[in-house]
Ligand binder design. Structure first.
Ligand SMILES: C[S@@+](CC[C@H](N)C(=O)[O-])C[C@H]1O[C@@H](n2cnc3c(N)ncnc32)[C@H](O)[C@@H]1O
Length: 299
């Protein structure tokens, strides 16, 4: 029997349980909390759908999206745990035009689209898109592939092509959050009277259209279990420059959820589609961790 003069009851530290039943129970709860996996908590603003974009796109309202970041299968036979990358040639292009026709009407008049592809199909895809939208840039992603043996019958390919298109000339674009700051030495070297007070010198320069960002090799800290996961740095740059704060991003082929993570970190809404349930689970984990860090950082 305890009375008001007793010490308050505290759970015994794990591994130091005594025979008191209540204390034992409390200790067990603490121990279980330490080993039970935490369920990912995905914010309401981020919708991760384990669905086929082509069959479900009709449910998404037209003119509701600020930015589409599309990283589809490239038509090169990658294994995504399904046969989605087994189309090639005309078949692949017909499928590409089909999903583009479903995606484009979702954009607002100020909206834009980035599409990842490779040199094998970029010419046809860009010509098709130019008949529907305004082409703003072709961005070359230099994957920083190390120089090794490689092929001997042509030059080794080390880049992906990214098409950047807009619905109209009034497309949203904010360079400031994606400017690259100068280091002190370069800044000093450019500090001629002529440049004094220039915004580009103070805030940083335009990232230009060749983005040299390391691919995510197996040992990379960011890498999860997806064969063609894109670096967050690249996708976050697209989100910051081309979606207004609080705006809405669509990723029709979300894979491990890189675009969703960028949106959770940068307070944008997100809707994404992925047919492989294990990739959706990875996306849930990644978004939940990103959202928790954003809250901890006071965002
Ligand atoms: C190139 S990967 C996307 C990778 C992603 N950007 C990332 O960083 O993880 C393409 C993804 O599209 C998925 N996919 C293929 N066809 C699809 C469809 N019709 N609807 C939704 N997802 C699809 C594949 O399973 C694959 O994970």
């Amino acid at each position: 029997m305890r009375d008001e003069f007793d010490e308050p009851e505290v759970p015994a530290p794990v591994g130091e349980v005594n025979a008191d039943a209540a204390t034992l129970e409390a200790a067990e709860a603490v121990a279980n909390a330490a080993v039970l996996p935490t369920v990912p908590v995905v914010p309401d603003t981020i919708r991760l759908l384990n669905r086929d974009f082509l069959t479900d796109a009709a449910k998404l309202p037209d003119a509701s999206i600020d930015l589409i970041v599309a990283d589809p299968p490239y038509g090169l036979g990658k294994d995504y745990g399904n046969d989605s990358d087994m189309r090639s040639g005309e078949d692949f292009l017909a499928w590409t035009y089909e999903w583009l026709d479903l995606a484009i009407p979702k954009l607002k008049p100020t909206g834009s689209l980035y599409v990842f592809c490779t040199w094998q199909y970029a010419p046809e895809i860009f010509v098709y898109l130019k008949s529907k939208l305004t082409m703003i840039n072709e961005i070359v992603w230099d994957r920083r592939v190390p120089s090794m043996g490689g092929t001997t019958r042509r030059f080794t390919s080390v880049h992906d092509n990214i098409g950047f298109f807009a619905v109209s000339k009034e497309y949203y674009f904010d360079l400031d959050p994606v400017r690259i700051p100068y280091d002190a030495a370069t800044k000093k070297a450019r500090s001629r009277k002529l440049f004094e007070g220039s915004k580009w010198l103070e805030l940083g320069y335009n990232p230009k259209d060749v983005w040299s960002v390391s691919r995510l090799h197996r040992q990379h800290a960011e890498r999860v279990d997806h064969p063609t996961q894109k670096p967050l740095e690249i996708v976050e740059r697209m989100v910051l420059a081309s979606c207004p704060p609080g705006g809405r991003v669509l990723d029709p082929f979300m894979g491990s959820g890189t675009t969703a993570v960028a949106c959770a970190r940068q307070q944008r809404e997100f809707v994404g589609y992925e047919i492989n349930e294990s990739y959706c689970a990875i996306a849930r984990e990644r978004v939940s961790a990103a959202a928790a860090s954003a809250v901890a950082a006071g965002a």
